[in-house]
Design a protein around this ligand. Sequence first.
Ligand code: URA
Ligand code: SF4
Length: 184
Amino acid sequence: MGAFGSVEGVRGAVTACTACALCSSRTNAVPGKGDARARIMLVGEAPGRREDELGEPFVGAAGKILDGALAAAGLSRGSVYITNTVKCRPPGNRVPTDAEREACAGYLAAEMALVSPRIVCIMGNTAYRSLLGGGGITRDRGKTVRRDGVDYFLTVHPAAAIYNRALEGVLAEDMRALARIAGR
Ligand code: URA
Ligand code: SF4
């Protein structure tokens, strides 16, 4: 983490990164964004098309759903820190490979160490797998898990609610629980 010094340092390294093949197909790398001292860090999968165009996380359709759920919990985007397991868009929005997740993992670890949030919210199976080696987020959502001194809260990925609108309510309910746990 010392290697980056600050969240801005991580941002600079991500923007210039060529550590995996996704660097050659990206338009923009997408570093995390938000309050560098946030109590809540949210972790998604990887940038999609809109995120790749703008270089910002969760600014497309999934981002709208996330915004709605955050608002339902009284949380603003500026009060949290939002990032992804992998910082560059996989072509066609395929799930990032194990090699891509591993190549990128140091940036996420650095963001976690530097922001040092009260709780890390895992959104969806890719982040669940990367951070906790888990799977089956639909079954496990709503739970809090403590590992190596870090508290994690599990919820579904906002993009899942694009095709299953019932999950919007689930996500909002989880964000309210998350806000309570984080003391916001
Ligand atoms: N889906 C993600 O997992 N992350 C984003 O930034 C956008 C969509
Ligand atoms: Fe680097 Fe991560 Fe982008 Fe791969 S996905 S090029 S490891 S920033």
